[in-house]
Design a protein around this ligand. Sequence first.
Ligand code: IMP
Ligand code: MG
Length: 180
Amino acid sequence: MRNDIESIFFTEDAIAEKVAALGAQISKDFAGMDPIFVGVLKGCFVFMADLMRSVTIPCSVDFMAVSSYRGTTSTGAVEIHKDLSQNIEGRHIIMVEDILDSGMTLSYLQNYLANRNPASITIATLMDKPSRRKAPVYARYSCFEVPDAFVVGYGLDYNEKYRNLPYIGVLKPEIYMAEE
Ligand code: IMP
Ligand code: MG
């Protein structure tokens, strides 16, 4: 698999350092607030697992699984495959994303969850591609800013592969061309 990677953007060590710092920051900012971390599957699962273990305050975890509606991407509507398993009214929500790209998914989910009257909704993303933003989404926490490139590893996939790479990198162009 390493042979399919053109270059490594973030090493295992660099990611571990950023994620630990984020966990410490969130523990400070949300002390006494018992937040619920809401992961957006599947891409978030590796980040979420590491982040949770660096959070030192009481908290809980939940997941949503979504996909974009085909043909209606301009509206940003997403299909909910798995919804939350707990009531979030009056609770502090921290949405955990692998990468914030157009922002359409999170913008939709933020509104969707806001209807349930949580105390607050905060976004924590591993990576942010601000140059691609279409919807107005603000990530209070972001570990890495990335250029407009398609990255894989550490939970992120290309056609469901490469999620298990421990680092984040970009694929060689011939990998995409072979698929087309
Ligand atoms: P958006 O912000 O609604 O455009 O979509 C964000 C989602 O698209 C992320 O949660 C990822 O699942 C996926 N995505 C966006 N950019 C990348 C990338 O570079 N690599 C892998 N998945 C990506
Ligand atoms: Mg995702």
